[in-house]
Design a protein around this ligand. Structure first.
Ligand SMILES: N[C@@H](CCC(=O)N[C@@H](CS)C(=O)NCC(=O)O)C(=O)O
Length: 316
């Protein structure tokens, strides 16, 4: 079996660099469409180790969609069939069963949605309980769906929360673009590289991205774009909160850490964690640490995960 066929290993190009595959289900929820906005119709499958899945969890809470969209948390100990549910890995604390089909893995959901599916069994998965299929498995699109698709059904205090406001879209798109390349995906390119050169190129771009963010947030700026919380904050935050506890170690992103090397990013990150419940309550440091250190077994075959840093995140 080649690394390309092995679900437990990332896809590596000939030059040793990691290239993330495109997500495969890209539908939207909209009035008059195949997937209508309805309370209780959709379900979100996630793993708390995963930054992409955590984006969707945070936005679900920021938009007050808890009663609209149910959630299941898979175990962070991914195996050949994807992310396991409690029937398979119930020993891992916080792992939930699949409430819809009692499936064992995310693979079963992908095969149910498309019996010929040959991609990766990734989370997040936004699932339609009515048509028994996947609506969307791309986090950047799921958070846009959550931001607007249910607004007509939501109380006004939540309908008016807009993480992608018209007047800031250009700036948000621009920042998302390089934050994704250099930081969100950059940490994976650093960690999954199989040549020295690919690693060094990736790790340098991670830190030049962080340097750029540090400049933007200097002077106690509360948010990345404008004076309000936007999806740009959510998308960057999920990576920074995993940085000191996981990427610094297992992905060798260790030129600096956030807590000592980036005071402005650290302040912004801590404020969102401690003062905004959707961020804190979507974060589980045990799932994050144990998940990265036990899943990337070609990097860490013993699956031992680190005790530090202590604390996982500093107080305000
Ligand atoms: N582009 C996707 C990426 C999702 C993704 O790669 N999730 C990872 C977990 S952090 C996963 O499930 N990987 C399983 C695999 O690649 O086998 C998104 O943003 O939703």
């Amino acid at each position: 079996m080649s690394a390309q066929d092995d679900i437990t290993k990332p896809r590596i190009a000939a030059d040793g660099s990691f290239a993330r595959p495109e997500s495969s289900f890209r539908n939207f929820i909209e009035k008059g469409g195949r997937f209508e906005p309805e309370k209780g119709r959709y379900h979100l499958y996630i793993a708390l180790v995963c930054p992409w899945a955590t984006r969707t969890l945070i936005v679900r809470k920021l938009k007050g969609l808890e009663d609209f969209i149910s959630v299941s948390v898979a175990s962070p100990r991914k195996d050949d069939d994807g992310w396991p549910f409690a029937t398979v890995d119930g020993d891992f604390p916080g792992t939930e069963a699949d409430p819809l089909y009692n499936y064992g893995h995310t693979k079963d959901l992908y095969i149910r949605a498309d019996p010929n599916f040959s991609g990766r069994y990734t989370v997040p998965i936004l699932w339609d309980k009515k048509l028994h299929t996947i609506v969307n498995n791309e986090s950047s699109e799921i958070i846009r769906i959550f931001n607007s698709a249910f607004n007509d059904l939501l109380p006004s205090e939540y309908a008016k929360v807009d993480l992608y406001p018209e007047h800031l879209r250009k700036e948000i798109d621009e920042i998302n673009d390089w934050v994704y390349t250099d930081i969100n995906n950059g940490v994976y390119r650093s960690g999954f590289a199989t040549t020295q050169q690919a690693y060094e190129d990736a790790v340098k771009s991670v830190f030049s991205g962080l340097d750029k963010v540090e400049k933007i947030l200097q002077g106690d700026k509360k948010f990345l774009v404008g004076n309000q919380l936007t999806e740009a904050d959510v998308r960057l935050w999920v990576t920074t909160i995993r940085f000191d506890v996981a990427y610094h170690g297992i992905f060798k992103c260790n030129i600096k850490n956030i807590r000592h090397g980036y005071p402005a990013i650290n302040g912004w990150m801590k404020t969102l964690y401690w003062n905004y419940d959707p961020f804190k309550s979507s974060t589980d440091f045990y799932h994050i640490k144990a998940g990265y250190y036990s899943t990337a077994t070609w990097i860490n075959p013993t699956k031992i995960y680190p005790v530090g840093p202590i604390p996982d995140i500093e107080p305000l």
